[in-house]
Write a protein that binds this ligand. Structure first.
Ligand SMILES: Cc1cc2nc3c(=O)[nH]c(=O)nc-3n(C[C@H](O)[C@H](O)[C@H](O)COP(=O)(O)O)c2cc1C
Ligand SMILES: C=C(O[C@@H]1CC(C(=O)O)=C[C@@H](OP(=O)(O)O)[C@H]1O)C(=O)O
Length: 374
């Protein structure tokens, strides 16, 4: 198992949900990034567990301890960066029956097929959503670095169950569209507890989550993420394009089942005349006026916002009885899951989408920039 991604910026995530600690090792950060700890903590808090009835009740401080990679000024020093987060609130007994009886929808069954009893099941082991905390440490630093260079990344919940938020204005690449998108990103940066653009959407989504929880069930959602300010010419065909890099990192987030860029799957129902993004000359040079492509053509950035959506499945661990099997007795068994679980994963995965977007784009900038013109 490697749990590593990236070309120049290489991120490794380690630990299990109930091991002593979890963490990350990042190689390839440019030196001299002064890490704003307060800002990083605010970012981590948006993902943290234990924040009310729409999250798992497991409470964790989720404070990273940097054991290497920073100098006396708290800036990246060029050496590999290692951050460790303690696991302090584990209740492994909740998982006793799951060693024999795999949860439908979680990775218990596939881990057993691969490691034949040696896997660490409690808390979801290395498959746990908890491993996205160190991903947010690495991504939170990448976000700070990119922001200083004019690349702004933000995400929100586009839907939970049947409840929908308004979309980002990122398909319109005119000055008007860009201004609206800028305002939307500013609004999301105000520290709101629930990540939607509209307040009424937040209320409707919380209601969907509550209905699912009360029915001893869970619900899925869609996250929309955008990066503005990406220069044109970044990324490399065929396998190191920005879409490749983002998709690879995004599928590392547990519970992600789909990704689409720009118009995405809807483009398959359009005519070329509707889906092509026409170019016009602007004060900053040639630019597409619409952004159905989602900021990339041929894997290379167009200069328009990089836009993608993630499908997040409903939480596999639900409270109602389910059909499973006892793998040691080779018989069918009805499974009842104990323990503490998110009734909906999507809200907590919003900052994680921003984190992987920042890491993937920074890696593309460092590894596959536009060539310098003579
Ligand atoms: C932030 C976050 C929180 C999660 N919380 C839970 C949870 O409480 N219970 C659960 O069963 N799965 C939870 N998951 C999802 C599982 O970890 C995931 O479905 C499982 O590892 C199988 O991986 P897959 O769905 O990607 O195939 C969470 C995922 C994330 C990203
Ligand atoms: C602790 C977190 O979420 C955990 C993710 C998770 C899973 O299976 O993914 C299962 C639960 O673990 P436990 O049974 O130990 O409470 C969640 O609480 C976190 O994300 O930080």
């Amino acid at each position: 198992m490697s749990s590593t991604f990236g070309t120049t910026l290489r991120v490794t995530v380690f630990g299990q949900s109930h091991s002593q600690a979890i963490g990350c090792v990042v190689e390839g950060f440019p030196s001299g990034i002064v890490v704003d700890r307060k800002r990083l903590e605010r970012f981590m808090a948006r993902r943290a567990p234990g924040r009310g009835s729409w999250t798992t009740p497991r409470k964790e401080a989720d404070l990273p301890n940097f054991v290497s990679g920073l100098n006396m000024r708290g800036a990246t020093c060029g050496a590999p960066l290692c951050a460790v987060i303690e696991n302090t609130n584990t209740r492994s007994g909740d998982y006793d029956n799951l060693l024999r009886v795999p949860r439908p929808g979680h990775a218990d069954f596939t881990a057993e097929q691969k490691w034949h009893g040696n896997q660490d099941v409690p808390g979801g082991g290395h498959f746990s959503g908890r491993l996205t905390a160190p991903l947010c440490v690495a991504g939170g630093i990448a976000l700070q670095y990119l922001e200083e260079r004019g690349v702004h990344i933000g995400a929100h919940l586009l839907s939970v169950g049947a409840a929908c938020d308004k979309p980002f204005a990122a398909l319109d690449n005119t000055e008007r569209g860009r201004k609206t998108l800028e305002r939307q990103l500013e609004a999301l940066a105000d520290g709101r507890a629930f990540p939607t653009l509209s307040e009424s959407a937040a209320a409707a989504m919380l209601n969907e989550i509550d209905k699912a929880r009360q029915a001893l069930d869970s619900v899925g959602g869609v996250i929309e993420c955008v990066a503005t300010g990406m220069p044109a010419g970044v990324g490399s065909p065929m396998f190191d394009g920005v879409e490749n890099a983002i998709a690879r990192a995004a599928f590392g987030i547990p519970a992600v089942k789909g990704i689409e860029f720009g118009r995405g799957f809807e483009a398959a129902r359009l005519r070329g005349s509707q889906n092509n993004d026409p170019y016009r000359m602007t004060s900053e040079g040639a630019a597409p006026q619409t952004n159905n492509a989602g900021g990339a053509l041929g894997g290379i950035t167009t200069g328009a916002p990089v836009l993608f959506r993630l499908a997040i499945k409903p939480t596999p661990s639900i409270s109602r009885p389910q059909e499973s099997v006892d793998l040691s007795a080779n018989k069918n068994e009805e499974l009842e899951i104990r323990g503490r679980h998110d009734p909906c994963i999507a809200p907590r995965a919003v900052p994680v989408a921003e984190a992987v977007c920042a890491l993937a784009l920074l890696d593309c900038i460092l590894s596959f920039p536009a060539e310098i013109q003579d």
